[in-house]
Design a protein. Structure first.
Length: 485
């Protein structure tokens, strides 16, 4: 049996030691060095996503000039970063900034309750061996990401129990799996599938990517060109700054232009893909039914995805699974695919705020009934800031902005002579949109559980770095949108 809960007191509790948690802790140490804080991490290692995902080829899906922190440029030369490199980078960053001394591993936050009379959060934590711990803090910062680490989206298929090979979700890749010479079917067409397919082909597997519908895949060079020219002309520090800002501008420009001229970008993306594939490749496999950036565009470093298909080591099949037999997959369209291994790259499941049960004075908080203030707080929830990154650009960009916003918020509470600050929802109704405004399956499945953004500032959710800089770094707390007490 576990003993009675122990209680520790802090000024700030940060939940999560991934990209966002490290950015938050570092900024807090700079702007509020006198405040005590603790970073609670459910896993046994820094890195969050980059510690969890172990599938072959795992890498960043945006350029490292913007994916790396602004205060610590990426040390590598390539445009993308491998998962192991990113994990090492995050660990080195935490150690360099002294953050690692304030991280408690194996501590999963299960609930957090706000007590108005004390103006403090009580944070319930499950530790090793089911030991229960209770922490109190003035400010609670959620840096948990937005998907469920325990389980990805794992739709069941008829006949799975009959399959005699290995069948698993990509989120839980088995250690030491040998794929050489084996028939591997990767079910899915998103970023995970596009990453896994060429890596498996390189490892000697015969790979089939089975997609229900095509997505956009764009080849991106990993070296040379503009990046090399910048490094030749400037010092490492100045080059990193130049590449970061050009990366930000390029990401914003591509997204906005693609939304404005969808048919042009559709033709560019599809024709670019077809040029890298052998003659006679069936066009139906690369003809998405949606406009670019309605869902995330997938990137192929140096065209590795297309090279794997052109070499014959990988192929694409478009269809719907009817059933799985002992050694093959039967499609509703009539085709069959031989399989020794089936990998479900079928997507993520959203877990709002890491599954933490929030309450205020004993009353449960339903996130779906709350509005999002500046993309970082919830209406009616005091002293709580959370981080959700961009769906069309690097997660790190938004993480750093929200870290700076959180420190501004602490300063605003102090300067008001108050103990707390809470966003106050507008009295007039607004048109609302989901917190993640992208037409992806994982968003649609979780829409009823997520908080909403509005159409009037400061309740608008921007997908634009410069708009967020204005809102998060210069937006006023006065004017009634924040109530201090």
């Amino acid at each position: 049996m576990s003993g009675p809960p122990s209680t520790e007191e802090f000024d700030v509790v940060i939940v999560g030691a991934g990209i966002s948690g490290i950015a938050m802790a570092r900024q807090l140490g700079i702007e509020h060095p006198g405040l005590s804080y603790s970073v609670l991490e459910a896993r046994e290692r820094i890195g969050g996503t980059w510690d969890l995902f172990r599938y072959p080829g795992i890498r960043s899906d945006s350029g490292m000039s913007t994916f790396a922190y602004s205060f610590r440029p990426w040390p590598g030369a390539g445009h993308f970063g491998a998962g192991s490199e990113i994990l090492e980078y995050l660990e080195a960053t935490a150690a360099e900034c002294g953050i690692d001394r304030n991280i408690s591993f194996g501590r999963r936050v299960t609930a957090a309750g706000w007590d108005s009379s004390e103006a403090r959060w009580t944070v319930s934590v499950a530790g090793p061996g089911d030991a229960q711990q209770s922490l109190t803090c003035r400010f609670l910062f959620g840096c948990t990401g937005y998907f469920d680490y325990e389980q990805g989206f794992d739709p069941p298929f008829d006949g799975e129990a009959e399959f005699e090979g290995e069948l698993f979700h990509a989120q839980h890749w088995p250690e030491g799996l040998d794929v050489e010479g084996r028939e591997v079917v990767v079910v899915g067409s998103g970023a995970t599938a596009v990453t896994i397919v060429p890596a498996l082909a390189d490892a000697g597997a015969r790979v089939t990517m089975l997609q229900r519908s095509p997505g956009y895949v764009v080849s991106v060079p990993t070296r040379g060109g503009f990046g090399d020219a910048v490094h030749r002309r400037f010092s490492p520090k100045r080059a990193a700054a130049v590449l970061r800002w050009t990366g930000v501008l390029a990401e914003i420009a591509q997204f906005r232009l693609a939304r404005r001229f969808p048919e042009l970008f559709r033709r560019l993306f599809i024709s670019g893909a077809r040029k890298q594939l052998p003659p006679g490749f069936e066009r139906r496999h690369l003809n998405p039914a949606y406009d670019p950036w309605k869902q995330r565009v997938c990137f192929a470093p140096d065209g590795d995805f297309f090279a794997a298909i052109s070499s014959g080591a990988a192929r694409i099949e478009t269809g719907h699974i009817d059933r799985i037999a002992s050694d093959r997959i039967h499609l509703k369209e009539g085709a069959t695919i031989d399989a020794d291994i089936v990998v479900k790259a079928t997507g993520l499941e959203i877990l709002v705020f890491g599954g933490i049960d929030l309450s205020i004075d004993g009353v449960a908080v339903d996130p779906a009934e709350r509005l999002v203030y500046r993309g970082a707080m919830l209406s009616g929830v005091p002293n709580f800031v959370f981080t959700v990154g961009y769906t069309n650009a690097s997660w790190t960009l938004k993480s750093e902005l929200i870290a700076r916003f959180a420190c501004r918020f602490i300063t605003a509470v102090r300067d008001a002579g108050a103990s707390s600050g809470v966003p106050v929802a507008p009295a007039k109704p607004m048109r609302t949109v989901p917190l993640l405004n992208i037409d992806a399956g994982y968003v649609r499945r979780a829409e009823s559980r997520m908080p909403k953004a509005g159409d009037i500032s400061p309740w608008v959710l921007h997908q634009n770095y410069f708009s967020d800089r204005r809102e998060l770094l210069r937006g006023h707390f006065e004017g009634g949108t924040i109530s201090f007490s």
